[in-house]
Design a binder for this molecule. Structure first.
Ligand code: SF4
Length: 369
């Protein structure tokens, strides 16, 4: 099994399925009798994707194996709650590898790092574990290959996002970053017949399509990436939100402000017809005024959000006139990724399990505020 093995693929369902909802993370939540006529439509898939699940598992297993501290460059995934939980267990989050004591152990986040960061880590003799999502690594490889073939590469993505910085760093002399369709007009290339586009994995599918259409108008011979760079999890969560959005008065997206895919879900919900949409990190940020006059609330969560945070929002809404919960599933996901090779070897050497998928994650003492 290599680092990018997927055990199963996303399976489509021909039509959305509907099911009552019980919080698997905390079945006791929301069991009280609640009054009201309001309904919650819960999008599925939502929450943890395979890359986030693996990255969090990497830090947890590294803590089990080596003990604290385990240094992590940047947020392992873009979710406050996850970062706080892992900090309580002994993970130390830093911005750059230069902040880490020489010879210590570092985990690189799910968003990926540029070769320069790997070089800096090596210069400091850090023992690194790379939790970059295999689907981000795939985009890095595309960048390297197209740069070797001397193409001009247009990287569609958000300037300043860690994933974009990492991919850009693979071939800075060949890559230009384009954030919006309007930015396409500013691009200059050496040879319009040798231009290729790649993208960040967590973009809005529709906006990216628009950006690429603009690129193609300017460069008719534009070359597509070999396969979709926007990952399965991003696409599936957007499809689920689009399906319920026309039926909801208010859409709530659970996710952090720096989570690209969570922010995109708010935009997608609004574009697909939700009356209004709000992003919150936790239930405590919800405001009662958002739900005045609403009868149906849509609910989803970004790819880095633990399910317990969704359960808490469900519970909050149930206590405020939205007792019924219906899960609307548009896709069933079965993708998992193997742990990084060096971590697997170390776990095996210490007789510790490296099996994936691991047993379902439970909210416990490590996952409390
Ligand atoms: S959102 Fe997609 S690319 Fe990002 S970690 Fe999850 S599966 Fe990987």
């Amino acid at each position: 099994m290599n680092d990018t093995t997927t055990e199963g693929e996303s399976a489509s369902t021909s039509a959305p399925s509907f099911a009552p909802f019980v919080c698997a993370e905390s079945p006791a939540l929301g069991t009280e009798a609640h009054k009201g006529e309001g309904k919650i439509l819960l999008a599925a898939p939502r929450g943890y994707c395979a890359g986030v699940d693996r990255a969090v598992d990497v830090v947890e297993k590294a803590l089990d194996l080596y003990g604290a501290p385990v240094y992590v460059r940047k947020e392992i995934v873009h979710n406050k709650y996850v970062v706080e939980s892992l900090t309580k267990r002994g993970a130390v989050f830093v911005q750059e590898v230069d902040e880490i004591p020489e010879g210590a152990r570092v985990v690189f986040s799910a968003h990926g790092v540029s070769p320069h960061v790997h070089d800096r880590a090596e210069a400091r003799q850090l023992a690194s574990i790379d939790a970059t999502c295999p689907l981000v690594t795939k985009v890095h490889r595309e960048a390297v290959r197209f740069a070797k073939e001397d193409y001009d590469i247009i990287l569609v993505g958000h300037q300043g996002h860690e994933e974009v910085e990492g991919t850009f760093g693979e071939a800075p002399a060949h890559i230009q970053v384009v954030g919006t369709p309007d930015e396409v007009d500013q691009i200059e290339v050496r040879d319009p017949s040798r231009v290729v586009w790649i993208s960040q994995t967590t973009l809005s599918v529709d906006e990216t399509r628009e950006t690429v259409a603009r690129l193609r108008r300017r460069f008719p011979q534009l070359i597509d990436p070999p396969s979709d760079d926007i990952c399965y999890a991003t696409q599936n969560r957007q499809v689920a939100v689009k399906t319920i959005a026309p039926q909801v008065d208010v859409m709530i997206v659970v996710g952090s402000a720096n989570s690209s895919n969570s922010v995109r879900l708010v935009e997608v919900a609004l574009e697909a017809g939700a009356g209004c949409a709000h992003r919150v990190d936790v239930a405590a940020e919800l405001q009662e005024s958002w739900f005045h006059g609403a009868s149906v609330v849509g609910l989803t969560s970004g790819a880095s959000v633990p399910e317990i945070l969704v359960c808490e929002v469900v519970h909050w809404l149930q206590a405020r006139g939205f007792p019924k919960v219906e899960e609307v599933r548009t896709q069933t996901e079965t993708t998992t990724f193997a742990l990084p090779r060096n971590l697997r070897a170390e776990l095996a050497a210490h007789g510790l399990a490296d099996a994936r998928p691991h047993a379902p994650r439970k909210a416990g003492p490590d996952h409390t505020h």
